[in-house]
Design a protein around this ligand. Structure first.
Ligand SMILES: [Fe+2]
Length: 237
């Protein structure tokens, strides 16, 4: 039912699972959380470190095959979480780094203290190459604590915004909690995603997040943020 567009389940590629057994645990956990589609977004740093595409795709195929054998109703899509660098637009365009589910959508992360101008520059450069930008864990950036900046990115550059489940599920302090509530009430969050790295300290918690959204903001918002918007974004049926 849920579509998780930010999830580090591929082993031996980044700081997610290191063994296939750990990947298996994450897949079982995601399935128990009601997830039916996962975009496997391993970290990529274009221009700094070559993305290990062969290993990534081999491990993704292995994970999908295992799901099918186990009868888990899970489809794993390719993708990555791109740390934005000046090389990113070109290397994405040339296909060295996977986009989300082979669409023209890029899940982009930045350094927490990057300036607003840097975020705009990234959105412009990626937009010029034909990509739609989804900002990963939008709650992490100092520049986006300003609603005006959030609005400008959305209006000027059609940037989409993803929030981590964990941010909703744990109290982060008065100011952050108020910012989170405003972002959702204003319709500035397009997707929630797990950003899962394991099953212990950073697990997939889509089901709990869905329940919280439903109770706090209503079923329509919960549906939109947990699967409807994602299905539209990725062209899933
Ligand atoms: Fe991530």
């Amino acid at each position: 039912m849920f579509v998780d567009i930010h999830h580090h389940l591929i082993h031996g590629v980044d700081d997610g699972p290191q063994t296939f057994e750990d990947t298996q645990k994450m897949l079982i956990h995601a399935s128990e959380q009601g997830v039916s589609h996962i975009v496997a977004t391993s970290h990529a740093t274009p221009g700094r470190e070559a993305f290990p595409a062969d290993r990534y795709l081999r491990h993704l195929d292995q994970a999908q095959q295992w799901c099918d054998e186990q009868g888990l109703n899970l489809t794993i899509h390719s993708g990555c979480e791109v740390l934005y660098t000046d090389e990113s637009p070109r290397l994405l365009h040339e296909g060295y780094v996977p986009t989300l589910a082979q669409t023209w959508v890029v899940l982009a992360e930045f350094f927490p203290m990057d300036s607003f101008e840097r975020l705009c520059q990234a959105a412009r450069a990626l937009g010029n190459e034909g990509f739609t930008v989804v900002v990963a864990h939008v709650e992490r950036y100092k520049a986006l604590q300003s609603m005006k900046h959030v609005e400008e990115l959305r209006e000027e550059y059609a940037v989409k915004m993803q929030m981590n489940c964990n941010t909703l599920l744990t109290k982060k302090g008065f100011l952050t909690d108020r910012w989170v509530r405003k972002m959702i009430e204003n319709g500035y969050i397009d997707y929630v995603a797990s950003d899962a790295h394991n099953v212990s300290s950073r697990p997939c918690s889509m089901q709990s997040c869905y329940e919280l959204l439903k109770n706090k903001y209503g079923e329509d918002t919960a549906n939109a943020l947990c699967f409807e918007n994602q299905m539209e974004l990725l062209g899933l049926q």
